[in-house]
Ligand binder design. Sequence first.
Ligand code: NAD
Length: 294
Amino acid sequence: MAERIEGKQVAADVRAKVAEAVSALPGQPALAVVLVGEDPASHVYVRNKVRQTEEAGMRSLHHHLSADASQADVEDLISTLNDDPEVDGILLQLPLPKGLDEQRAIECINPAKDVDGLTEASAGRLLLGKAGLRPCTPTGCVILAKSALGEDLSGKNVVVIGRSILVGKPAAMLFLAENCTVTVSHSRTQDLEGLCRTADILVPAVGRAKMVKGDWVKPGAVVIDVGINRIDAPEKGEGKTRLVGDADFADCEPVAGHITPVPGGVGPMTIACLLRNTVIAACYRRGWDIPAEL
Ligand code: NAD
């Protein structure tokens, strides 16, 4: 029976290290969060980010533009934050309302303040193996894999399912940087199940509920489930729903060595890694040493 990787606990440990690091810095890092429009889920995410930033001892600057904000309004705000010496990190909450060009807005963020690691400059630095700000969710996946297997992941066979810019591709590059042997699979991959069975670390990042079955998993493997899918849950009452991952947890749990639950696995790591990136961005920009605990 697999050991559950408690993402909530690992994320709390990362946040505690961030708070410890912040308390020893010569100044207080600040994260600016930009929210455009009224998407209820985005409001919840932003509230959590603001709260956790402050709990870690950092300043949080919240900017809210109305749903009818233009591309120029968004870009002007980002440009003001780029020029503000008090701001260390800029997080543009996605998705933006329809009609706004997300990638163009992201590209306006000064790469030195790109705490989501989504600009072309950050992606390029990751590919080149240069120091920089890494995307948060994939960074969380690596930290969770290390929490199960220890710091040294070298030589592990990793299969990432999904090749998105946000998760699949950067996750592959980050595991490669850990000296893993990485295969990126996707919707056109042949014999996906057979390929998954070669993985010491399996990282489904697709968005298909319970797609990965127990017989896709090599006995003893680590499953880091990125997927978040809302499905009907009639057992909880009429019209109720619940969240599940891309892995069929009940089916995979008896086979895997370690597995992340959904919710409570990769999800909590994303904000924790955002806070970590804010400290790293502040250190790079202000010429401070990066705290060893990070
Ligand atoms: P995406 O839709 O951009 O990418 C999905 C990828 O899956 C694509 O590259 C596609 O090629 C691949 N794919 C689709 N069907 C497939 C199939 N049948 N077999 C193999 N591969 C297939 O999605 P994304 O943004 O990468 O997100 C993936 C999942 O991760 C979603 O459920 C999302 O909600 C979740 N997610 C979670 C977090 C978190 O904090 N835990 C963060 C980001 C995304």
